[in-house]
Design a protein around this ligand. Structure first.
Ligand code: F0G
Length: 456
């Protein structure tokens, strides 16, 4: 087989700025050791997120010029709506400016004290939007997904036994919906199998519960199903995605991921009354139902991006470039979640820095070292992002301490990936000299965005 190449040529380039390790040290100190607070100009390779960081295609930029900016009934809305309907088969398509806006609307209507929302693993904004209403967000990741070292095909699957026990315990009446996040971002970008989606639907049906999909990375999930699940190898990614959505009653989507756009999202529903309530709230908070907080040109770019993302040459290159990075890290002994997920490499910080305990934030320490060493920006997904305090003030850590290096779509080439590899291996070499951190400032919610740290 020949080398898998980037399935595009580059028409427009954006220079990146080189800095010295000394400059980066000062930048890091000024940012309170939190890469979210660093100016993007000071970053060489930005792997903070794969969200909103995609390079758009010439076709999408052309679509931007064709965007219809009518307040109501924009042609671009109808283009967007028909693509989303084609992929999801869902009836009511509500555009929002990004994923969390869809979540905010959905959970404001369905949430509230005494309500429970199970998921394989809630992403942080999903959890925050649920908890903001006074409801509870509950994770039921399959046991295998909790072990970074175990290689398995579908580590994003939900634990159906635990889910059923939970439904019985809390009562179906208190569970407005069950959610599946595909791929499972917080659990390592791991895919959910079609089998698991189908069985989750069966279980939901048994208890009369709607199933929702958090669809941010639906195309990557569909591609994994094609490659790994028996019976899907000959199917198109589109038809696999259609089958995934056929089991759900609604979906939230941040199109900033698999929509290949810089901004946009949607809420898609089958329930007419719920759609009506959501649209009413949308009008108050986002905008008229045919633009939902977006410009017509954004809707046009999303309509095109949602089609382009299903191209199998694109998905092959996408999944392979992440896998390539993962393979080389594993070969060098760097502990990562295996196999690599779709959009990111997750370093297992507990193993990488086994001498730094969770309450000293080993992930944050690696994040800082990657930046200082090579200008690479990554993000901690562990005790900083998900840590909570017990009554006595001690930290309750999540099961995993991870560092995520999310790969923007269509932005970096193979040589960027090779450079990245060199930086990670450098840090790995001097890992024993790295220490822990303490938090000097934190906000009451989503603290990782604005927290400040100091080395211990
Ligand atoms: N759900 C999942 C699984 C996500 O990964 C995200 C965003 C959202 C919902 C919210 O979407 O950002 O458009 O409001 N994840 C980004 C990330 C921020 O870096 O993983 P949003």
């Amino acid at each position: 087989m020949k080398t898998i190449i980037e399935p595009f040529k580059i028409k427009s380039v954006e220079p990146i700025r080189f800095t010295t390790p000394e400059e980066r040290h000062k930048i890091l100190v000024d940012a309170g050791y939190n890469p979210f607070l660093i100016h993007a100009d000071d970053v060489l390779i930005d792997l903070l997120t794969d969200s909103g960081t995609s390079a758009m295609s010439a076709q999408q930029w052309a679509g931007i010029m064709l965007g219809d900016e009518s307040y109501a009934g924009s042609k671009s809305f109808y283009n967007f709506e028909s693509v989303v309907k084609k992929i999801t088969g869902l009836k009511y398509i509500i555009p929002t400016h990004q994923g969390r806006a869809a979540e905010k609307i959905l959970f404001s209507i369905l949430g509230g004290p005494g309500k429970y929302f199970p998921n394989n693993t809630h992403f942080d904004t999903t959890r925050a939007n649920i908890e903001f209403t006074g409801a509870e967000a509950d994770d039921f990741l399959n046991e295998i997904g909790k072990h970074p070292e175990i290689k398995a095909d579908f580590k994003g699957d939900i634990d159906l036994e635990a889910l059923e026990a939970f439904i019985k315990q809390k009562g179906a009446a208190n569970i407005p919906l069950v959610m599946l996040t595909v791929t499972n971002n917080s659990g390592g970008g791991q895919p959910v199998s079609m089998h698991n989606i189908r069985e989750t639907k069966k279980l939901c049906k048994k208890y009369g519960l709607p199933l929702f999909i958090d669809a941010c990375r639906f195309a990557e999930n569909a591609y994994f199903i094609k490659k790994r699940e028996p019976g899907y190898a000959e199917r198109t990614v589109l038809s696999i995605a259609q089958e995934m959505f056929s089991y759900c009653d609604g979906a939230t989507m941040s199109a900033k991921k698999d929509g290949l756009v810089n901004i946009g999202g949607f809420l898609a529903l089958n329930d007419e009354q719920l759609a009506l309530n959501c649209r009413n709230l949308l009008i108050v908070t986002e905008g008229f139902p045919t633009y939902g907080g977006l410009a017509g040109r954004d809707l046009e770019a999303m309509a095109i991006g949602l089609e382009e993302v299903l191209d199998e040459h694109y998905l092959q290159y996408r999944i392979r470039s992440v896998e390539y990075l993962g393979e080389r890290l594993v070969a060098a002994g760097v502990p990562i979640i295996e196999p690599p997920g779709g959009h990111a490499i997750y370093i297992d910080a507990k193993k990488f820095l086994s001498h730094v305990p969770p309450h000293q934030y080993p992930g944050q320490s690696i994040v800082c070292a990657l930046y200082e060493t090579g200008g690479v920006r990554s993000v901690e997904i562990g005790s900083v992002m998900f840590g909570k305090y017990a009554g006595d003030g001690s930290l309750i850590s999540p099961p995993m301490e991870l560092v995520r290096m999310a790969i923007p779509r269509r932005v970096y080439t193979q040589s960027h990936v090779d450079y990245l590899l060199e930086v990670i291996l450098d840090v790995f070499k001097f890992r024993e000299s790295l220490g822990g951190y303490r938090i000097t400032y934190e906000a009451p919610m989503l603290r990782h965005f604005t927290a400040r740290f100091e080395p211990i």
